[in-house]
Design a protein around this ligand. Sequence first.
Ligand code: GAL
Length: 419
Amino acid sequence: MSILNRLLAATALAAMIVPGTAYAGGTVEVLHWWTSGGEAKAVGELKKAFEAQGGKWIDSPIAGGGGDAAMTALRARVMAGNPPAAVQLKGPGIQEWAKQGALNDVQDVASKENWDSVLPPVLAAIMKYEGKYVAAPVNIHRVDWIWANPQVLAKVGITEMPKTWDEFNADAEKLKAAGITPLAHGGQPWQDATIFEDVVLGVGGAAFYRKAIVELDQGALTSDTMIRSFDQLRKLRGDVDPNFSGRDWNLATAMVMKGEAAFQIMGDWAKGEFLAAGKKPGVDFLCSPTPGGAFNLNSDSFTFFKVKGADRLEGQKVLASLIMSPGFQETFNLAKGSIPARTDVKLDKFDSCALKSQADLVAAIKSDSLVPSMAHEMAVPRTVRGEFLDLVTNFFNSDMTSAEAVKQLAAGVKRAQMQ
Ligand code: GAL
């Protein structure tokens, strides 16, 4: 028997012993960017739960906070005609891929489980294309947070978290005078854009944020309020350490944990890092919203790309149902730092930061001050977001004036809209 025949015979034998490759819960390849300590723990819960249902999980993590590298990898996979079955995708990105016909819907699962009755309408709308669910949300993350190390603040007599940007600036001066880095920051475009949009929210409020960053109104983009926002961003540039360039966001969180910096402005995935390191909220770290009295929304969700084979199609359905199950939403979000996307999950096991997030979310919906994050792909198409990221990063890394910044930003946004 030739080697090839022997190999074929062995394979046939193996196939007889292990009948087929179908798993009870199907098979999914999952593309995501959750590779930091807290993120890996959270996605590990999803994998564990999927496997517990008899499914086979093929992990495809693409490192890089904010998901820009993952989105590049996704485009390559789709171009090659080999998309992963499940992909972490958000906001307008969901609509863009659905419009191209790349997504399977999971409407039969959603109808059976009545997702419409347990999701906030604002979130349900993002998950649907032409009236059908094409994505399942795992969480609600809040982007407008300041994290702090209370022991470091105590060294300079700061007893309360800053509530306005002026208070933040005054605290930063005190810290600098004592030789302490006020702001832990990673100089990557999405992180620069994260602090930028939080600043805009604080300087201009929710209505202004919406006009400038969501509706892309040229008047708002070139307004004095936007100039003042860049002025504040310039101040924050003076609060970071010399090695900020290129630093990953979780390393910036670690600086706060270790007392190497006082504050970090970052979404509550940072809380996932503190928790994964065994830190306690209110004791080892503090959380409070950035100024603005609003809520900057980011929600992670999974979409289901068009794949072939009953096993993989089954995997997509099982995963969609699992993601939306109340028990999973609790376990996952306890690790991730976010709160459940479902409104009917009890929060008794959640900490004070999560409860604050939930209360502020409800208040923001009531007062119409809930805004979608641009930096985290909830607000505008990728091309427009790209213009924001380029400009904000250029500003942060040069001595560009605020007046020049608003001019370039407005022109860039217009350019992207014309594409
Ligand atoms: C966000 C995402 C979060 C977190 C963060 C850093 O865009 O929604 O879940 O992973 O990036 O990677």
